[in-house]
Design a protein around this ligand. Structure first.
Ligand code: FNR
Length: 373
């Protein structure tokens, strides 16, 4: 039996003390369809499990009585200071989880000085999100946290270019080109009131099977999937830093960097695309070696605690992106829920660093890890 979803809580209950607590409570605040859409992995969930297993296989070698004085979590990316090596991953259609959607998330990120990557498929326009960030930062008397735009290439290049120019005009500081999700089989039908707000007036590809022919090949999905010449186009079209999200192999990473990519986001899209992909954590060292450490490498997929984040940093990640927990927290408690989630992660990260004997992010190295099994 399934009742109507509970409204978001106005106060965060004292027993909510971890991201897992939000995840446990979230389904009661979502429709069954939305919960399924958020949590699902593709296929048998092999990649979803790989993300968690890669973390579980690694433990710590702490240094005793390290000098922690003057420590901190700040890092620099593309000339901009980030308060911590943590960012909010691009996550589409946040109004599925809460009526305020991306407005709530960006206010929480602003309050907690956390960089955000806004999806092409946001349910609030990219301009409105940037305005929310500016207004809230103004109210709090501080500078907005770094704001990046995630680009899904559109069937018409003029529409991709329009999105790029809009992001530049709205003050976004980097462009993330996601290359792994053109072929994604999803049965989700958006409920009334939730739409791809940025794409009004831009036709979307449909899978139109030809009788007797292939099912996906030959349709706009495969014909319009990102190619290397699209990266060359994007690199030439903007002077903002360009990151490529959604690759796992060193040879692809090297090609992207040779073509002018300023950063990489190793990702298997939270286990939502090709089932059987390895975790970013298991690939990061090969990728960094392949590119000779020339650009920052960020990772995502299954990171749910401060100790998880430290493991990625120890393997060379410059920052870690958090996906689904944004929606869990939004559903449970809106903006305060997301703010609390980021606060929990930042607190846990600092605690883990201190317990490990690392006062600064740069001190979190491979020597701090041990194989657990
Ligand atoms: C995503 N992700 C995603 N990625 C992207 O580049 N653009 C997008 O619009 C979306 N949308 C989206 C929706 C939902 C519901 C999920 C769960 C994920 C992928 C996301 O950026 C990130 O790679 C993963 O979510 C990271 O894994 P975790 O943290 O969810 O385990």
């Amino acid at each position: 039996m399934t009742g109507a979803p509970l409204p978001p809580l106005v106060q965060i209950p004292p027993d909510v003390r971890s991201l897992a607590d939000y995840e446990r409570r979230a389904p009661a605040h979502l429709t069954a369809e939305a919960w399924q859409h958020i949590q699902e992995g593709s296929g048998t969930g092999q990649t979803l499990r790989a993300n968690l297993e890669a973390l579980a296989r690694r433990g710590f070698r702490p240094r005793a009585m390290a000098d922690l004085r003057g420590g901190g979590t700040a890092i620099d990316l593309f000339g901009r200071s980030h308060a911590a090596p943590l960012m909010l991953a691009p996550v589409a259609y946040q109004r599925l989880a809460h009526p305020d959607g991306e407005h709530a998330t960006i206010r929480a990120a602003t309050a907690l000085d956390t960089g955000t990557i806004v999806s092409t498929l946001s349910s609030v326009t990219l301009e409105e999100i940037a305005e929310s960030a500016d207004a809230f930062a103004g109210e709090m008397g501080k500078r907005p946290a770094p704001l990046w735009f995630q680009l899904y290439l559109q069937p018409e290049r003029e529409h991709s270019l329009a999105l790029l120019r809009r992001a530049e005009a709205a003050g976004y500081e980097a462009i993330v080109l996601t290359v792994d999700a053109a072929i994604k089989l999803s049965g989700m039908v958006l409920p009334a009131g939730v739409r791809a707000a940025n794409l009004a007036g831009m036709p979307q590809p449909r899978q139109t099977a030809t009788p007797g022919g292939n099912i996906l090949f030959g349709t706009p999905l495969t014909e319009g999937a990102p190619r290397w010449d699209d990266l060359a186009w994007l690199r030439a079209a903007t002077s903002l830093p360009v990151l490529v999200k959604g690759m796992v192999l060193g040879e692809d990473a090297l090609r992207a960097v040779d073509m002018g990519a300023d950063g990489l986001i190793l990702s298997n899209h939270g286990g939502r695309v090709l089932d059987g992909l390895p975790s970013a954590l298991d690939m990061i060292e090969d990728v960094i070696e392949a590119i000779g450490g020339r650009v920052p490498v960020l990772v995502d997929g299954g990171f749910r605690s401060g100790t998880d984040v430290v493991k990625a940093l120890a393997l060379g990640a410059r920052s870690v992106l958090i996906g689904r927990p944004q929606l869990h927290a939004l559903a449970v408690a809106g903006m305060p829920g997301v703010a609390h989630t980021i606060h929990l992660l930042r607190t846990e990260l600092e605690a883990a660093m201190a317990q490990l004997g690392c006062a600064k992010v740069a001190q979190i190295t491979r020597e701090r890890l041990i194989a657990l099994r």
